[in-house]
Design a protein around this ligand. Structure first.
Ligand SMILES: [Zn+2]
Length: 66
């Protein structure tokens, strides 16, 4: 007892913005802002993030297998 953990008031993920590396914002995850989200989208369109397979990136939501 007596051990105090300093919890952040906001449950922010520890993953920085993949575009600029700034702390992400809950309103524009996984980016720090919509601006970076658009920048990331631009990279996709530019082919910088092109994946070798026809499939997209990892699907965050998968149906639970039985
Ligand atoms: Zn950013």
């Amino acid at each position: 007892m007596g051990e105090v953990h300093q919890l952040k008031p906001r449950a922010q993920p520890s993953v920085p913005c993949p575009v600029c590396g700034k702390p992400t914002s809950a309103s524009s995850l996984p980016f720090c802002s919509t601006r970076c989200a658009h920048l990331d989208l631009g990279r996709w369109l530019d082919g910088s993030y092109r994946v070798p397979t026809a499939e997209g990136p990892d699907e965050p939501e998968k149906p639970d297998p039985e």
